[in-house]
Design a protein around this ligand. Structure first.
Ligand SMILES: NC(=O)c1ccc[n+]([C@@H]2O[C@H](COP(=O)([O-])OP(=O)(O)OC[C@H]3O[C@@H](n4cnc5c(N)ncnc54)[C@H](O)[C@@H]3O)[C@@H](O)[C@H]2O)c1
Length: 355
């Protein structure tokens, strides 16, 4: 059976979690690893099953034994590396956030247009792979909700553990795009893009954001120069409004709450394994009856399965010559929201996203 042979670029935290994607015996295998931090690369290599290690990823670009690259490097490196990989004629799966700006996504789209057989995916599609996401997408596409007018998507994560540290790039907007917005935001928007399909056409955004702040001396959040909370009202072309909140490290509990509301029915659910509303709960009034709620028996998200999905999906997309679960065109819309959130928070004005 043909396997897609990957070069892995970056041997940091996420590459270690992702190693299983290349050793689980399905369609993907790793053949080489690049990281200027050779110590980190040597540590990761055995669990990836590779012996070939280089410090400069460009030494791997023209290797005929490599079909695709997985970019597990800090966000500011995604654009140059993805462009190099496409210019070398290889497929690519980019860690989230896909790029730093919508303009960078356009550059990748232009590069892919020159080589349309190459597949480009982003690991923000990770949470597409759950029974809940697929069922929610089918409910929306099937019109069971009537006209969908409101999505409430609220995600709050807890305080960092005392003494937590993170690499410096995470605290630098020029290298990371933002803070919590660019950390968890790509998953949020990609999940909404997947579930909403063509209804996810963001047009106008009004947003506020704020930095992390120290909770207590023991729990000083690790990133103080980037956003620790964003709150956005997103109006889509269809009139659908999405209320999106992503907040971290507050004097309050975690919360993971998703509500879809339409003219015929609504549902509540969660998209990450730690959701407080496990399962998918469909609500509707029928005639004069009390509100009826049906809980659907769909599989819950599982961290291990979600972790490897984007690599599995890219390999199948290459083998079956189909699009991956997220495409640069959808990532362009997602990055339109990021750009608009940043601009709106700065100007305190609503921002319109261009086509
Ligand atoms: N940490 C997580 O839990 C997590 C989860 C999901 C996604 N991500 C995403 O994955 C990416 C990497 O995050 P991380 O936490 O693994 O970062 P990290 O800082 O732990 O690791 C990044 C690695 O990239 C290497 N690197 C830097 N420059 C390089 C170059 N020119 N060529 C090759 N390697 C180079 C570094 O030496 C380091 O080993 C980011 O986009 C992040 O948002 C991280």
């Amino acid at each position: 059976m043909k396997k897609i042979r990957y070069g892995v670029i970056g041997a940091g935290v996420i590459a270690n979690y992702m190693a299983r994607a290349f050793t689980e015996g399905l369609d993907s295998t790793a053949v080489a690893l690049a990281d200027p931090n050779l110590e980190a690369a040597r540590k990761l290599a055995p669990s990836l099953g590779v012996t070939r290690i280089v410090s400069d990823y460009r030494d791997l670009l023209s290797d005929p034994d490599i079909d695709a690259f997985y970019l597990a490097t800090p966000p500011f490196l995604h654009r140059p590396m993805a462009l190099d990989v496409l210019a070398a004629g290889k497929h690519v799966c980019v860690e989230k956030p896909f790029m730093l700006t919508q303009a960078e996504v356009r550059e990748v789209i232009a590069a892919q247009k020159a080589a349309p057989h190459l597949k480009v995916a982003c690991n923000s599609s990770r949470f597409h792979n759950t029974g809940i996401a697929r069922r929610a997408r089918a409910i929306v596409a099937g019109g069971e909700l009537g006209t969908l007018y409101r999505v409430h998507f609220e995600q709050v994560t807890g305080a960092p553990k005392p003494g937590s540290t993170l690499p410096a790039w995470r605290n630098d907007p020029a290298k990371n795009g933002g803070g919590i917005s660019f950390d968890w935001g790509p998953y949020d928007l990609d999940w909404m893009s997947f579930v909403l399909g063509d209804l996810f056409r963001p047009r106008t955004v009004f947003a506020t954001s704020g930095n992390y702040f120290p909770l207590t001396a023991e729990r000083v959040p690790p990133c103080l120069d980037v956003d620790g909370r964003i709150c956005a009202e997103i109006i889509c072309d269809s009139g659908l409004t999405i209320h999106w909140e992503r907040r971290a490290a507050e004097h309050g509990p975690s919360r993971h709450n998703i509500e879809f509301r339409g003219t015929k029915a609504g549902f509540d659910t969660c998209f990450v394994p730690m959701g407080e509303k496990p399962g998918l709960h469909v609500h509707a009034y029928a005639g004069a009856e009390e509100l009826k709620t049906v809980t659907l028996p769909d599989s819950l998200p599982d961290w291990n399965e979600t972790m490897v999905f984007s690599i599995r999906d890219l390999s199948r997309a290459i083998l079956d010559n189909r699009d991956p679960s997220n495409t640069p065109a959808q990532l362009l819309r997602i990055h339109g929201v990021f750009d608009a959130v940043i601009a709106s928070s700065r100007t305190r004005q609503a921002v319109t996203i261009a086509d």
